[in-house]
Ligand binder design. Structure first.
Ligand code: NAG
Ligand code: NAG
Ligand code: NAG
Ligand code: NAG
Ligand code: NAG
Ligand code: NAG
Ligand code: NAG
Ligand code: NAG
Ligand code: NAG
Ligand code: NAG
Length: 458
């Protein structure tokens, strides 16, 4: 490098003086870029300088200096009129083409970074001078960044942390920016950065953190974005539901016509996919049925009028399990007919009503089978004490909402007085007749009850 020379000192002094003169004389006007010029290593860089004057001159002198912090000024070259006199050490590195005062740096080297000073002297019947300073930075362009994930295989939601590191092979003065699905990530409760932002930490990791992450590495002369990566986050199962192949989403209760079959699908959101299993609950005992998402329920195979099927979803990475169940009710043919008549009710209300009706019927029948031998029932049909009706009514009390058929459940003892108790305000006589006029509906259910004695009445 050039050592501190008397020449440089001389120019330095003169510069300071001329800077003062510039304020006094505005006959020479010098324009240089006010902002920093960002150059790329290995590339040429032009330092543009403009000047004009309104006096008659004979000689124009242009001088370029390089300022080495803190105070050293290195002479680069100078020109008078058309003749350029470079410093021999740097003669291959700079180009000046008078009368233009702009300096071209042919191949930027990182050591070229600094402040360049240009001084112009114009000499006529007097000499006026002006000078300017240009700041230059030299950067190496960034290469495409790569993201490294720690841990590389994946983490369980709420249990692990994820660290993403943005690695760039080459580049100077890199500024990092992280993005999720293309949007910049700000530091927050879940996201934190290293000091230079090349590392992103996600803690705690939640399902919502799933997304396409990328990092942008930029410097004054270049910007490169990494490929996106999607960290593996294990979660779930969430939102477990059972659907059917009939299309509609079902609630807890699904009714199935006798002779029909339905396929139940179990689904829940999770990563990795859940392991599904089906369990049947009936007769106060549970039976594992099968593994897999779907289960076919054929009404013939359903041994009871209602059966509960439970779907269990298990995520073997999060080790979480979820369960939901569905009650399948087989509707006898007659009732199905009845449902169609009740069009004024919403289908769901009808289904719910029928379900409740059947459940209560079964409960009641079990009770009766246990406590009341049927012969006694038959004997007492005509002379049934009032108390029995009260009991029946109590058990089926909530059936009042479904006045139409709730009555007939207990028509096994068709006492007009008793019925009128149930159907509150309606005229007792006509009610009974109506009920008997519909043999195909309720009676069939009832006839199932005392299997022993009324089997073949149809
Ligand atoms: C040159 O221009 C400056 C202003 O730009 C003015 O003050 C000065 O008088 C001018 N001189 C001549 C000789 O025109
Ligand atoms: C310099 O020359 C100009 C004409 O080109 C003239 O107007 C001016 O007065 C001269 N200045 C001096 C100091 O001689
Ligand atoms: C510069 O050019 C002018 C005329 O254009 C001439 O008078 C002067 O002598 C030249 N100076 C040098 C150092 O060659
Ligand atoms: C930059 O300059 C240094 C010395 O000043 C030299 O060693 C290096 O090779 C140069 N690099 C380039 C790319 O020219
Ligand atoms: C995750 O980060 C939190 C806080 O940043 C820390 O308390 C916890 O120990 C970390 N867990 C793991 C598994 O590294
Ligand atoms: C941040 O973490 C909280 C729980 O700590 C969570 O509720 C929230 O969804 C998380 N946000 C993001 C963007 O991950
Ligand atoms: C992430 O990118 C993949 C493919 O580029 C795309 O299929 C997926 O929907 C993206 N995820 C998000 C959350 O944007
Ligand atoms: C239900 O249990 C009873 C005895 O409690 C038994 O007789 C009957 O076979 C069982 N039914 C089924 C379907 O397991
Ligand atoms: C059902 O089984 C459980 C235990 O398996 C028992 O506690 C309960 O009393 C049983 N219920 C009936 C109605 O048998
Ligand atoms: C989780 O289950 C899948 C198959 O469903 C299996 O391939 C995997 O090894 C299991 N992982 C663990 C940790 O048990």
């Amino acid at each position: 490098m050039l050592s501190w020379s008397p020449l440089a000192l001389h120019f330095n002094l003169q510069l300071k003086i001329s800077a003062l003169l510039l304020g006094i004389s505005s006959a020479l006007k010098l324009t240089v870029p006010s902002h920093t010029l960002h150059g790329t290593e290995g590339q040429p860089l032009n330092l543009p300088v403009d000047y004009n004057f309104n006096i008659t001159v004979s000689d124009i002198q242009i001088i370029w200096l390089f300022e080495k912090p803190p105070t050293i000024h290195i002479f680069l070259l100078s020109a008078v009129n058309q003749s350029v006199v470079p410093d021999l050490e740097y003669m291959h590195r700079f180009t000046l083409s008078p009368p233009s005062a702009s300096l071209l740096i042919k191949h930027l080297n990182r050591s070229d970074e600094g402040t360049y000073i240009v001084k112009i002297n114009v000499h006529g019947n007097r000499t006026i001078s002006a000078s300017g300073r240009i700041r230059v930075t030299v950067d190496v362009p960034v290469t495409k960044p790569l993201i490294y994930t720690e841990p590389p295989f994946g983490v369980v939601e709420k249990r692990g942390n994820i660290t993403l590191k943005c690695a760039v092979e080459k580049g100077t003065r890199i500024v990092y920016q992280w993005m999720k699905n293309g949007n910049p990530i700000e530091a927050s409760a879940n996201y934190s950065f290293s000091v230079n932002k090349d590392t992103l930490s996600i803690a705690p990791v939640v399902k919502e953190a799933i997304g396409n992450y990328s990092c942008l590495a930029a410097n004054p002369v270049s910007a490169m974005e990494s490929d996106t990566i999607m960290p593996t986050i294990y979660y779930g199962p969430y939102g477990l539901t059972i659907n059917t192949d009939k299309g509609q989403k079902v609630g807890r209760v699904f009714t199935l016509d006798k002779g029909e079959a339905v396929r139940l699908y179990c689904s829940a959101d999770s990563n990795p996919p859940n392991i599904y299993s089906w369990i049947r609950k009936a007769n106060n005992s549970t039976h594992p049925i099968k593994y897999g998402r779907s289960l076919e329920v054929a009404s013939e195979k359903v041994t009871q009028k209602t059966e509960e099927y439970t779907c269990s979803a298990y995520n073997n990475m999060t080790e979480n399990q979820a369960e939901t169940h569905i009650i399948v009710i087989i509707i006898p043919k007659g009732l199905e007919h009845f449902i169609q008549k009740g069009k004024y009710l919403s289908p769901l209300a009808v289904i719910t009503g029928i379900s409740l009706f059947l459940i209560v019927s079964i409960c009641l029948l079990i009770l009766w089978k246990r406590f009341q031998p049927h012969k006694v029932i038959q004997q007492k049909l005509q002379i049934r004490p009032e108390a029995d009706y009260r009991k029946a009514q109590t058990i089926s009390g909530h059936e009042n909402a479904l006045d139409d058929f709730g009555i007939y459940e207990f028509v096994a003892f068709p006492d007009p007085a008793g019925i009128s108790l149930v159907s509150s305000r309606s005229v007792s006589g006509s009610d009974v007749i109506q009920g008997q006029d519909r043999p195909g509906t309720i009676y069939e259910v009832v006839r199932h009850i005392p299997e022993q004695h009324q089997e073949h009445q149809e």
